[in-house]
Design a protein around this ligand. Sequence first.
Ligand SMILES: NC(=O)c1ccc[n+]([C@@H]2O[C@H](COP(=O)([O-])OP(=O)(O)OC[C@H]3O[C@@H](n4cnc5c(N)ncnc54)[C@H](OP(=O)(O)O)[C@@H]3O)[C@@H](O)[C@H]2O)c1
Length: 229
Amino acid sequence: MTTVAVIFGASGGIGSAMRTHLESHGGYDRVLALHRKSTPPLDLLDEGKIQACAEEVRKAGGELRLLFDATGALTLGTARPEKSLRELDPEVLARSFAINAIGPALLMKHFLPLLPKEGRSVFATLSARVGSIGDNGLGGWYAYRAAKAALNQLVRTASIEVARKNPEAICVALHPGTVRTPLTESFTKTGLDVQEPVVAAERLVDVLTSLKPADTGGFFDQRGKPIPW
Ligand SMILES: NC(=O)c1ccc[n+]([C@@H]2O[C@H](COP(=O)([O-])OP(=O)(O)OC[C@H]3O[C@@H](n4cnc5c(N)ncnc54)[C@H](OP(=O)(O)O)[C@@H]3O)[C@@H](O)[C@H]2O)c1
């Protein structure tokens, strides 16, 4: 049977590097790249489009063995991440939740039922270390941090439901490290360990390959090390 990997947000810095890496080294027969300009288009703010993408993937057939979500947003329009409570804007908070938490939750709603009922399969979504509550020693970035923390809880909850149907299915949140992409271009100050997307993709694929069913529901960095919630 043909094995299939799907990348959501394949137009982004990490998503496009993942696409290239999985097409040449992933071991999947087919890699489907979905993004806002793909056919069909994937827009996280439009559940109808997410559902239509899931239907196309189902109709295309094959065994879905990897769902990799590389969507997300840090700067929303002109709104930069907040440094202080004074800067909180309810619309920006809601938009960050819509893109960073609710969108991936809808991907899980429509795509996780397509995973095979038997054998190993992986759903991974790119969260961020700054979404860790235990690791938050710096403050700031309220909307992004809170939305990623919500994403982590959504993944954990879905992993429990999915394991009841297939104990070999794995659902995780991953931190990719700091990666040179449009998302980080205003934030990569000197001294930071910034990886090129191609390096991040190699590391993330290594993590995906090493994950075991017992890891489901977890939150891991780009070297496979667990991150505190
Ligand atoms: N880069 C880092 O250092 C870093 C660190 C920690 C976590 N992350 C996480 O890694 C993920 C990928 O980041 P990146 O650095 O690759 O960012 P990026 O280059 O800005 O890519 C973001 C992706 O999300 C997509 N997207 C945004 N809004 C969307 C929407 N409404 N519907 C569908 N797709 C949408 C973008 O699509 P368009 O191309 O259509 O805009 C793009 O494909 C994000 O979740 C980010 O939080 C990144």
